[in-house]
Design a protein around this ligand. Structure first.
Ligand SMILES: [Fe+2]
Ligand SMILES: [Fe+2]
Length: 405
């Protein structure tokens, strides 16, 4: 059986299309202009998806946004690379035309997650996919094969995104935004930052309370001999429900780190997007475990945002030190301890969950080191000092006791 990507590339002419019908293609500058337009659409998709993800109440939609933002961030990295190869500035390849700005303003002016989804999945992504389809049909598949391969991959994902979260196909835009001119000497387009979060949104059937689930005791979250591993069905139900909410909060924190700091280097946004996707995936693992093994489901118990709020109140450096550099770093010990204890009891299915959580935590902790050091002039030692200093204000479960300086 042919793989779907193979079928797609054949259909789009990636194969031996050397017959006389081979398109003339775009010249290098026109090609770069098209990629510059995709750059702008994807840059704002990543920025605003990160901004709105925490405010999207639906768990399935929140998950899908976390998945898509990671795809879009990687797509933009590849497009930046192609721009560089086509001799264009890859950090910022000139400003969008007024016509493209109209499309981007549709996303930037959204005032609710629903309005954003309409603009992003009803307008921007269909327009991006349409421009890429035109591009693929008209490029020279030999001289410009690097573009062809990249576009086939990104196009397939954009089409999937629209299928997953978009409106009915009839509403999709039919225009070629790739052909719009780029204004080389115009001032760079600013990215609007949404107001600070008060708290993230949850499905309306999930009860949010000040203290969260009272069943969850502090001994579940401390490191060392006093740590309690949940082994009975009832305590596991509460524990994984709380853990699912904690994963969502982690995704929301990373998404907001990216959205609220558009001036950070591009690789920071790629790292945050990867972590956002990891955290919503972790939430999905717990959601399935609850349904398939534990006999409970999302929304069965109350959740609380006090930990999220205590970390979100810090600036970016503080969040990286306290969340990535402390909370996630300490969670690694607990995950490994939980896995060992549950394996010994023969609860393999539950124990295995912690194996991947633990593996994914390693790059998450590294995100703290990498970007915390970046914020401190590249000094890892200064980052470690800052982590030590901020840890002084934590209680034994890792929750900040004071208010940020
Ligand atoms: Fe996680
Ligand atoms: Fe994590």
């Amino acid at each position: 059986m042919k793989s779907s990507s193979e079928t797609t590339s054949r259909r789009r002419g990636a194969g031996p299309r050397l017959a006389p019908g081979r398109p003339l293609g775009y010249d290098v500058d026109d090609n770069a202009t098209r990629f510059s337009n995709y750059f702008h659409v994807l840059r704002e998709l990543v920025h605003f998806t990160n901004g709105w993800l925490p405010l999207e109440p639906s768990w399935p939609r929140k998950y899908t946004l976390g998945d898509h933002v990671h795809d879009d961030a990687r797509a933009l990295s590849k497009i930046k690379r192609r721009l560089y190869e086509l001799r264009s500035p890859s950090d910022y390849p000139g400003s969008p035309s007024p016509e493209l700005e109209e499309l981007l303003d549709g996303m930037a002016s959204a005032d609710s997650p629903g309005a954003y989804l309409e603009a992003a999945y009803g307008e921007a992504k269909p327009a991006l996919a349409e421009a890429m389809r035109i591009h693929v049909e008209n490029l020279d598949p030999v001289a410009d094969e690097p573009s062809l391969r990249l576009l086939n991959q990104v196009l397939e994902r954009q089409e999937r995104h629209v299928r997953e979260l978009g409106p009915a196909p009839a509403a999709a835009a039919k225009r070629d935004v790739g052909a719009l001119p780029v204004r080389l000497r115009a001032i760079p387009r600013e990215l609007r930052i949404l107001p600070p979060l008060v708290e993230p949104a949850r499905d309306d059937f999930v009860e949010v309370t000040e203290q969260g689930d009272p069943y969850l005791t502090r001994d579940l979250y401390i490191n060392g001999a006093e740590n309690h591993v949940p082994i009975e069905p009832e305590e596991q139900r509460h524990f994984f429900h709380g853990l699912m909410d904690a994963e969502l909060s982690a995704a929301e924190l990373m998404a907001r780190n990216s959205h609220e700091h558009p001036d950070m280097p591009w690789d920071f946004h790629v790292d945050m997007a990867r972590q956002t996707w990891d955290e919503v995936r972790h939430a999905k693992v717990h959601d399935l475990l609850m349904k398939e093994e534990l006999g409970c489901s999302w929304g069965d118990y109350p959740v609380g945002f006090s930990y999220f709020k205590s970390i979100y109140a810090y600036d970016l450096l503080g969040r990286l030190c306290l969340f990535n550099g402390t909370s996630e770093q300490r969670a690694m010990w607990r995950h490994s301890h939980r896995r060992k204890t549950l394996m010994e009891l023969g609860q393999e299915r539950v124990a295995f969950v912690f194996d991947y959580l633990l593996a994914d935590e390693v790059p998450h902790v590294h995100n703290g080191v990498r970007w915390g050091s970046h914020l401190l002039g590249g000094s890892e030692a200064a980052y470690r000092d800052k982590v030590r200093e901020l840890r002084g204000d934590l209680d034994d479960t890792g929750v900040p006791t004071g208010t940020p300086a």
